[in-house]
Design a binder for this molecule. Structure first.
Ligand code: AHG
Ligand code: MN
Ligand code: MN
Length: 342
């Protein structure tokens, strides 16, 4: 390890590859290409602020290009970069209604990439941290006809081979797991490398932070109200009331709680009758973060059981999400599944 630079993500990935006998390097190549896409998005996200300041003429940016919404841009960057890597049999994006086919001119592979290209989009224009979330599955039948691939995609989170996220904030951070712990890397723009900054992340078993959009209070059922009330109630022995922190970007709220401890909640609500299970998506948000938090010693629940064990029914399925410190999520689950009333 070069003392001046530290461990790069590539070095870390190659170390992990050497430790897994069946590794062929395909996965390392796949993740490296996703990292390049994230670097491109990170640069654009940072420029977006600049464009906003300098792009006062409305929808034309400083290079006289049409300003693309960053989530559309991020989606395009990932799809165009990943489809020629030759390691995927298909992709699924939060932004695309259907599975994304690998064009016939590109070789296919055994992996499936699912992603939320830009998480926290409502925060882009107010310079608050946003991110990209990804999960990677393997398929035993990559040659399945594209029309039947969805059944290969709809695997429970326990089958994920890797998951993680990028946060585009005061610095750009990548956090990922392949099932051997959770590791965080910080992007050094001057050398364009992600360097290991958070080895073996472990989430505190119990936190002091709760994250929920209390503006939805009127749309919650009584169990949910009682559960949130629990974290706000004064009780010295259990360190309550917790502090409220809510950024509105899942990746940012999740990352803070991962490092400091705490619980993030997006309960089911009656706000939108079309989304009775709440807003967050199982395949591209909940499952990847559930694998990360599980590997860091935390827990993710839909209020009734482990997120990772949910058998997905559809690509854009939404679920209620309670994720973070194990003891806090177990408490929330006890309220929601009515195993506990105080
Ligand atoms: P996305 O931008 O990918 O649609 O995700 C936004 C999500 C998530 O990032 C965040 O936790 C949640 O929306 C915030 O929702 P509310 O504004 O309803 O609280
Ligand atoms: Mn999202
Ligand atoms: Mn998104």
């Amino acid at each position: 390890m070069d003392q001046r630079v530290g461990i790069t993500i590539t070095e870390h990935l190659l170390r992990e590859q050497r430790e897994s006998p069946e590794a062929t390097g395909a996965f390392t190549y796949l993740l490296n290409e996703l990292i390049v896409a994230a670097k491109v998005i990170s640069r654009e996200v940072n420029k977006a602020g600049l464009v906003d300041i300098l792009g006062a003429t409305g929808d034309v940016n400083i290079q006289e290009e049409q300003v693309q919404k960053l989530d559309v841009f991020a989606n395009r960057v990932i799809i165009e970069r990943m489809r020629h890597v030759g390691q995927l049999c298909c992709m699924g994006s939060e932004e695309m209604a259907d599975l994304i086919e690998i064009p016939p001119q590109f070789p296919k592979g055994n992996y499936i990439l699912l992603f939320d290209p830009l998480d926290g989009s409502s925060n882009i224009d107010v310079n608050v941290s946003i991110g990209t979330i990804f999960g990677i599955y393997k398929t035993e039948s990559p040659d399945t006809d594209f029309d039947f691939l969805l059944s290969e995609v709809l695997q429970p989170g326990t089958k994920l081979v890797a998951a993680g996220y990028f946060i585009y904030g005061s610095s750009t951070i990548m956090v990922y797991t392949t099932g051997n712990g959770v590791h965080g890397f910080t992007l050094y723009p001057s050398i364009g490398e992600f360097l290991l900054s958070h080895p073996n992340i472990r989430i505190p078993e119990k936190g002091k932070i709760y994250s929920v959009n209390e503006g939805n209070y009127r749309y919650w059922d009584e169990k949910t109200k009682a559960m949130v009330e629990y974290f706000k109630t004064k009780d010295k022995e259990t360190g309550r009331p917790y502090t409220s922190r809510y950024v509105g970007s899942l990746v940012a709220d999740f990352h803070r709680n991962l490092l400091k401890g705490g619980i993030f909640m997006y309960p089911a609500d009656l706000k939108d009758p079309k989304k009775p299970a709440g807003k967050l998506r199982l395949m591209v948000e909940a499952n990847p973060l559930a694998m990360v938090v599980d590997q860091a010693g935390g827990y993710a629940s839909d209020g009734h059981g482990p997120v990772l064990e949910i058998k997905p029914q559809e690509l854009h399925q939404r679920i209620p999400l309670y994720i973070g410190s194990k003891k806090d999520v177990e408490m929330a689950e006890a309220f929601i599944s009515e195993k506990l009333t105080l």
